[in-house]
Design a protein around this ligand. Structure first.
Ligand SMILES: *Cc1c(COP(=O)(O)O)cnc(C)c1O
Length: 404
């Protein structure tokens, strides 16, 4: 076993070597521009792009023409929200989203608000799931779009996408989902899930960084999106720019592998995740799981360790790459806005760890991580007067602290 151990697979994943091998020739030999129509260099590049388009479509139940290539999910989310707000602006100016979205959705919404769009940010329940009654109540005759993520990147909770899309359809509102954390990990199907527009990203499921796609439904209803970049008119006018052929070929390959291996892989990762959870919870008290365990990605664990300081904990396990509930979205040491939205206090948010178990993690690594975390948390608590007081039965919420 090699240290450090990478267990931060919600931030990014290692490119699968099989994906890399598919990409290689498109740098060196088949380097044509997929838009060049006059020679074989262009045709071969275009062939690779169209193959990938089909592989992506096959993974999510779409047709190839509904796939628009982008530079990643940040761009996909921008294109979806801004492109729909612009295209459907005459019909209405109201968008509904939720507070636990990725910044690529939230910051896009903030920008749209400056441009006169009204945005409702729904709270989430304590388990991290959206309240469907609140969603229904938020819809007005000006609502054009609901944007709710498929699965959360911090706590891994999977939203009730079918129910959300049914509400959207009933009210004649479009439904976009940031499905970055779900695609390639759990079954996602734009038809049976009723999704109109979907964002995905290559590097979150063992493809390369800097490439993603936007699914834009073409029938029932036909969704239209205003391009946000001018030039060339590539991707049926929705996204101009010379296509990144090697990365697109890699994204396609990543989709095919995910489709073939998902049933086995998700079973294996769920076993490892549950083993990690069970070991931590049976050896340590005062640990809290953040978000629904039932509606959750199989490879995610987000857990708070009360009475330890987040920074010390991370320092103690510095041969394990994970994310903490602080500073994970900013350079400053702010508690995670996702955990706060679940009602976690600052202390528990700061002392939380997100484990993202991935394709290349082994059971040996999971055992090492469990041992190490248990050891470090136990040692830190031995130094914690608060933990000692809590163990002695002192109600810490009733203690008034003297200022020095
Ligand atoms: C990583 C991530 C993004 C951003 O994707 P990029 O391709 O890195 O721009 C958007 N949404 C979610 C949920 C993510 O996890």
């Amino acid at each position: 076993m090699k240290l450090p151990i990478y267990m931060d697979n919600h931030a990014t994943t290692r490119t699968d070597p099989r994906v890399f091998e598919v990409m290689r020739p498109y740098f060196l030999d088949v380097f044509g521009n997929a838009a060049s129509r006059n020679h074989s260099f262009g045709w071969e590049a275009e062939e690779a792009v169209e193959k990938a388009r089909k592989q992506i479509a096959d993974l999510i139940g779409a047709t190839p023409k509904e796939i628009v290539f982008t530079s990643g999910a940040t761009e996909s989310n921008n294109l979806a929200l801004k492109g729909i707000a612009e295209m459907y602006g005459e019909r209405g100016n109201h968008i509904i989203t939720q507070v636990t979205e990725h910044k690529a959705v939230l910051d896009t919404c903030k920008r749209l608000e400056k441009d006169g769009v009204r945005v409702t940010y729904l709270p989430v329940k304590q388990d991290g799931l959206v309240d469907l009654d609140q969603l229904r109540d938020a819809i007005t005759d000006k609502t054009i779009l609901i944007s709710i993520m498929y699965a959360n990147n911090e706590i891994g909770v999977v939203q009730p996408v079918k129910e959300i899309s049914a509400i959207a359809k009933e009210k004649g509102v479009l439904f976009h989902t940031d499905a970055v954390q779900a695609v390639g990990k759990i079954p996602v199907n734009v038809i049976s899930d009723g999704i109109d527009v979907l964002s995905l990203s290559g590097h979150k499921f063992y493809g390369p960084k800097g490439v993603g796609a936007l699914y834009v439904r073409r029938r029932n209803p036909r969704v239209q999106i205003t391009a946000q970049m001018d030039g060339g008119g590539h991707e049926r006018g929705m996204r101009s720019g010379t296509l990144n052929v090697p990365a697109i070929a890699g994204l396609g390959a990543a989709c095919e592998i995910a489709k073939n291996e998902m049933p086995e892989e998700s079973k294996r990762l769920r076993f490892l995740r549950d083993k990690l959870k069970d070991r931590l919870m049976s050896s340590l008290d005062e640990v809290y799981i953040n978000g629904s365990m039932e509606h959750r990605l199989p490879h995610n664990l987000n857990i708070s360790f009360a009475y330890v300081e987040g920074e010390s904990l991370l320092m103690g396990i510095n041969d394990i790459a994970v994310s903490s509930g602080s500073a994970c979205t900013s350079a400053t040491l702010e508690p995670s806005y996702v955990l706060k939205a679940l009602g976690a206090g600052d202390d528990l948010a700061h002392s939380s760890i997100r484990f993202g178990i991935g394709r290349f993690n082994t059971e040996e690594e999971v055992d090492y991580v469990a041992d190490k975390v248990i050891d470090v948390v136990t040692k830190l608590r031995e130094l914690s007067p608060l933990y000692e007081m809590a163990k002695e039965g002192v109600d810490l919420s009733k203690v008034s602290w003297a200022a020095h």
